[in-house]
Design a protein around this ligand. Structure first.
Ligand SMILES: NC(=O)c1ccc[n+]([C@@H]2O[C@H](COP(=O)([O-])OP(=O)(O)OC[C@H]3O[C@@H](n4cnc5c(N)ncnc54)[C@H](OP(=O)(O)O)[C@@H]3O)[C@@H](O)[C@H]2O)c1
Length: 178
């Protein structure tokens, strides 16, 4: 399985339930990479999407610990997508084990862990690759952080070209477990 994440300075990834920065090229990269694949996420991350709609044309596996957290608007959006001929699926699970059971027959490179912080940490032991978009946006005020992969013994195996977006520098990188 693969984790995919956009990190700012100090491995910061969020503030008040939202991303710190939206980089259009990173959004496109995320969409291109995960389209048609399985995405595992926490309920907070699903709720951070526009209209709480699951990602189109992907299997959205959402971790919740309480079924009262199931959002009718998310379920309705998935149903509307399918009625329109899309392949969007929304599946709620209650533990990492149940998520793993759901994906056991899916090729491991087709399963992406897409956040947030609690789900990245829970699922990292089951992943051997992380696609990290590093950016130098300040982490001031951030309340959500990704584990420091370098300090945790991962090695960077790809380091993309430096790119710019409105004064922020970013690059696409790949880490593998040593
Ligand atoms: N920079 C990035 O690439 C990126 C990507 C994704 C998210 N983010 C950011 O990360 C932040 C959200 O992260 P987060 O950690 O607060 O939330 P999260 O991981 O998205 O979701 C947390 C929720 O997941 C459920 N959950 C967690 N552990 C569980 C378990 N063991 N069993 C069952 N359910 C479990 C619980 O749902 P219930 O309490 O609802 O039942 C919990 O409240 C936001 O700021 C978001 O924008 C950043």
């Amino acid at each position: 399985m693969i984790e995919i994440v956009n990190v700012s300075q100090n491995w910061a990834i969020g503030r008040a339930g939202q991303l710190l920065i939206h980089i259009p090229a990173d959004m496109q990269y995320f969409r291109r990479t995960t389209k048609g694949k399985v995405c595992i996420m926490g309920s907070t991350t699903l709720e951070s999407f526009p209209r709480m709609a699951p990602l189109k044309d992907r299997v959205n596996i959402v971790l919740i610990d309480d079924d009262r957290k199931i959002r009718p608007e998310s379920v309705a959006a998935a149903e509307a997508d399918r009625a329109a001929g899309r392949t969007t699926e929304l599946v709620y699970v209650h533990s990492p084990e149940e998520a793993l059971e759901r994906v056991k027959d899916v090729p491991k490179d087709d399963v992406f862990v897409i956040g947030g912080a609690s789900i990245y940490r829970l699922m990292l032991p089951y992943c051997d690759t992380c696609l990290v978009t590093h950016n130098d946006y300040p982490s001031d005020g951030a309340d959500t952080f990704y584990p420091d992969l370098v300090a945790s013994g991962w090695r960077m195996t790809e380091r993309g070209e430096e790119q710019q977006y409105e004064g922020t520098t970013f690059r696409f990188c790949r880490y593998e477990r040593k």
